[in-house]
Design a binder for this molecule. Sequence first.
Ligand SMILES: *Cc1c(COP(=O)(O)O)cnc(C)c1O
Length: 398
Amino acid sequence: MSEPVSEPAVEAEKLDAADALRGARDAFVLDDVVYLDGNSLGALPAVVPGRIEDVVRRQWGELRIRSWEESGWWTAPERIGDRIAPLVGAAAGQIVVGDSTSVNVFKALVAAVRMAGDGRDEILVDATTFPTDGYIAGSAARMTGCALRPVAPAEVPAALGGRTAAVLLNHVDYRTGRLYDLPALTAAVHEAGAYAVWDLCHSAGALPVGLDAHGVDLAVGCTYKYLNGGPGSPAYLYVRRELQDRFDSPLPGWNSHAEPFGMRTGYEPASGAPRGRVGTPDILSLLALEAALEVWDGVSVDAVRAKSLALTDFFLKCVAAYVPEGRVECLTPRAHEERGSQIALRCDDADDVMKRLIERGVVGDFRAPDVLRFGFTPLYVGFADVERAACVLAETLT
Ligand SMILES: *Cc1c(COP(=O)(O)O)cnc(C)c1O
């Protein structure tokens, strides 16, 4: 006698058959593990190894110094920025790729305070932020003579005032997966005459951001999560076009000079996106990222968002069907407009539970003290994966 097939398993099959993004999975190197950690390190796009081989052996090995021109190395930070731009709703010419997110938070925040000018001496920071943003904001505040005020994102509108210089916010909370209202919060910050700096690490590549449409001033994000750029791949910095001439970088390296090869003593900033550069670009990582971004050719971010919500809805449904009542508590909002592309479940012994899940081929991650985090990357996660993850979770918990 064959095993009875559960209702969720039947539904998973139907959902997979109707999935418009189903073919995108073939662009990745995956095995039969259910990989739900793409919000920490995206999977490897199949095109990357061959490209890196060419970059190393031919561009570096044979062309050597000529590659700065002939292989387009010198212009890579802005070229790749323009490749990311449509994914975050930005027109070309406003994004530069390089450095880590932490470093770009520093550049953006100090530049925002400098733009805000005299009399504005307070920085608001998301009190629940990914820690690095908070640490950097603390240092930026000390350097610029500002007070740093941690506030819950919902309290930001009430905390804004005539002294507010800049507000640093996370678009999606890395722990709970809560999505914040970027248009409304940005508008509130502007109403107060301050500047909004958004960290897009957990939203870019998972949902529409609309940087230009919502008048965001500055934004940063990493490329190794939903953008699959590889471990430690360089981050990006967005400076709204109208602000580019006023962007006064606290790290004015020679790469951001108007004439880098003029080798002059005096600093004169480049115009446009290159002003956000610092030193020599990390070409190997940059070009791995550039290859990785090819998986987005012909993919609409709206379709990605629709599938992301369907995946997380379905995961919650499977968890409700399989996991004993009360064993886990969902920390991620049920409302679509408040949900990113992950589900966070609070659970006793979460650390140990995640270890056992990973042993059984379901890879998510653990965030202290008691959170199981499952990231859903619509380009390569399917509905049968989701059903299997919930099923293994239930078995692990009972
Ligand atoms: C992942 C993440 C970072 C990572 O910063 P790095 O400098 O790349 O290590 C920063 N902020 C947020 C919100 C993140 O989710």
